[in-house]
Design a protein around this ligand. Structure first.
Ligand SMILES: [Zn+2]
Length: 79
């Protein structure tokens, strides 16, 4: 028996064997400080999601629809 490393699409659950077929979406919160911790550095929450190509394309299309409803206030959405 052998072990194979794969990625799992965070949307549809499809298993992806090739790293070059994995699409990554990083989302970050605005910087914040933890209350009660004087001198604390800014913290940022980060979520990293992995998608197959089909789900990545669907996400881009969704972002384009959101952009169009906002009247072009969002920039740099590309396929
Ligand atoms: Zn998928």
């Amino acid at each position: 028996m052998s072990v194979v490393k794969v990625w799992k699409c965070d949307s549809c659950g499809k298993l992806i064997e090739k790293k070059s077929d994995v699409y990554v979406l990083n989302m970050k919160s605005l910087p914040f400080k933890i209350l009660g911790d004087p001198g604390a550095e800014d913290e940022i929450n980060v979520i990293e999601l992995h998608f197959c190509q089909e789900c990545a394309k669907n996400i881009v299309e969704s972002l384009k629809r959101i952009e169009s409803t906002l009247g072009g206030r969002v920039c740099n959405v590309s396929a």
